[in-house]
Design a protein around this ligand. Structure first.
Ligand SMILES: [Zn+2]
Length: 184
């Protein structure tokens, strides 16, 4: 997939010494890739939403009837919050090695700070943060690039629209129908 500067600019860190706040770095002569600061930023946005979904009172969760995209313009019922939690955890488990997942579990899921993680996992501070930065960047990249439905951008995930739909299929005006058509 293509990464554009207009997309990375808002996600990049202005203090980043690699991309200087532009969000893209040159990897080959004519090829640019997203900077790690952008990928980590995507991870943090997704993780924040994951926590909101987990912490939300379950009686506030509700079914939504959303557009799933594709050529047949299909729609389906779903519980987006629960789907997001499941998708997030599934991707984390698939992408990380066993050692990385242990760090993820202690630090992100159980909330242990770096001192506790280092003590429990027998790591020094430098190694711990090296692992954390690496896994955040890897997960952020996957959350954005996984197809057909990435976890990021969040409005596409929760809004039920896809890039393909927006580009080719979406009606120009008006909201998507909220109810399925009634069979004759
Ligand atoms: Zn950067």
């Amino acid at each position: 997939m293509e990464w554009t500067r207009s997309e990375t600019l808002g996600l990049a860190s202005v203090q980043c010494t690699t991309c200087h706040g532009l969000g893209l770095r040159l990897v080959k002569r004519d090829k640019e890739a997203p900077c790690n600061c952008v990928l980590r930023s995507i991870f943090r946005i997704c993780f924040r939403r994951f926590r909101q979904c987990v912490e939300k009172e379950k009686h506030l969760s509700h079914c939504t009837f959303s557009f799933t995209g594709g050529r047949d313009r299909s729609m389906s019922w779903g519980r987006k919050q629960e789907e997001y939690i499941a998708d997030f955890l599934l991707m984390v488990r698939r992408l990380l090695s066993d050692d990385e997942y242990r760090i993820f579990k202690f630090h992100y899921l159980l909330g242990a700070d770096w001192r506790l993680c280092c003590m429990k996992l027998k790591l020094d501070r430098g190694d711990f943060f090296h692992y954390v930065y690496k896994l955040e960047a890897r997960l952020g990249k996957a959350f954005r690039e996984v197809e057909p439905y990435g976890l990021f951008p969040l409005d596409e995930y929760f809004g039920g629209t896809t890039r393909e739909v927006v580009a080719f299929d979406a009606p120009r005006k008006g909201p998507f129908p909220l109810r399925p058509p009634i069979a004759a």
